[in-house]
Ligand binder design. Structure first.
Ligand code: FUB
Length: 340
């Protein structure tokens, strides 16, 4: 068991007492929530955390998830209903294990679940499964989406109806093994002054099950217009990309991984570049932090997770929801998950 409290002097009980929001559900462990409004209600697409008995390793082998449950809420203040198993790894022909953070999208009356999993060779790929209802059940396509790799898909629907697929995660998420969409086992995360790796983005074709173009790397710039440096671990992209739009501008938010922050960067195109703009969420209990941002009834919400309910077990997390304050100047107010 792995306690990452990151709050010197705070016991779990103290953090529990100051937690700004409760888990959405407590009968199962859930993580990596991707929230959307479909048919006027909130649908949350999380990972379903289990204790698969695998030893801890630097590749995240202890995150052994096997299926997805979709959660539904009538409003962010309401009860969350577990809609049951939406997709199981045994029903995905190409996938062998590790059903990590998913997302979903809607087009022309059908719903699409995008998910990463390792194939039989141990390589993460991104798959898609289709349903007639937001909660599934979803039927997986027989092959992963051509041109995809790594983890953490997020699909953003722009105002013109185009859908963009974002993905990527370094270290256990394998993104560092690719350059220009080509795999090389010798590649590692860049270091020092070299530009940091960015997530990938590609437009989906209108059928939603393949890319319309090869993916490109997103560049995140610093305040001087220079790409964030690889050694800037407090700001560089690690995993969990998410897109939302506010006042006509595109916001890319993501986890910084080993510095345990959720950050954001702002740009004028879904392809970027984005300029780093600040911290959304301070570290939570547990090693990972992963989120989505969704508007409901004219209010923005942050969906996130922590490992408080399991007593700090880093692969047994719970999804949560809290209001997010988008300021009139376009900045996002930083949230402390355990009070000010
Ligand atoms: O849940 C498994 C992995 O942990 C996700 O894919 C990452 O974003 C991190 O939350």
């Amino acid at each position: 068991h792995d306690l990452h409290l990151r709050r010197q002097g705070n016991t779990l009980d103290q953090l529990k007492a100051h937690a700004i929001s409760p888990p959405l559900v407590t009968h199962i462990y859930t993580a990596d929530p991707s929230a959307h409004v479909f048919e006027g209600r909130l649908y949350i697409y999380p990972s379903h955390d289990i204790d698969g008995g695998a030893p801890f390793d630097d590749e995240g082998g202890h995150f052994r998830m096997e299926d997805y449950h979709v959660l539904r809420m009538d409003s962010p203040e309401g009860e969350a209903t577990d809609c049951g198993v939406a997709l199981h790894v045994n029903d995905v022909p190409w996938a062998a294990q590790q059903m990590w953070a998913p997302d979903a999208a809607h087009r022309d009356g059908r719903y699409y679940l995008y998910f990463p999993a390792k194939d039989g060779q141990g390589m993460f790929r991104i798959g898609v499964a289709v349903a007639d209802r937001p909660e599934g059940p979803f039927t997986a396509e027989p092959e992963p989406i051509e041109g995809t790799y790594s983890i953490d898909p997020a699909v953003y629907e722009d105002d013109d109806g185009a859908h963009y697929l974002y993905f990527g995660g370094i270290w256990g998420g394998q993104l560092q093994k690719y350059r220009d969409n080509r795999f090389d086992a010798a590649h590692e995360e860049p270091t020092g002054d070299a530009p940091a790796l960015g997530p990938r983005v590609g437009r989906l074709d209108t059928g939603m099950i393949r890319l319309a173009e090869p993916t490109r790397e997103i560049v995140i710039l610093d305040e001087h217009g220079q790409p964030l440096r690889a050694d800037d671990h407090a700001r560089r992209f690690f995993e969990g990309p998410w897109l939302h739009k506010y006042q006509g501008r595109y916001y890319l938010s993501y986890s910084t991984g080993d510095t345990h922050l959720l950050c954001y960067a702002i740009g004028d195109s879904p392809y970027g570049p984005f300029t780093y703009a600040g911290v959304i969420l301070k570290p939570v209990v547990g090693w990972t932090t992963h989120h989505s941002i969704c508007a409901f009834g004219g209010q923005w919400y942050l969906f996130y997770h922590d490992a408080l309910l399991s007593g700090g077990v880093t692969h047994l997390r719970s999804v949560k929801c809290t209001p997010l304050h988008m300021e009139p100047d376009g900045s996002i107010r930083t949230i402390d998950p355990y009070g000010a």
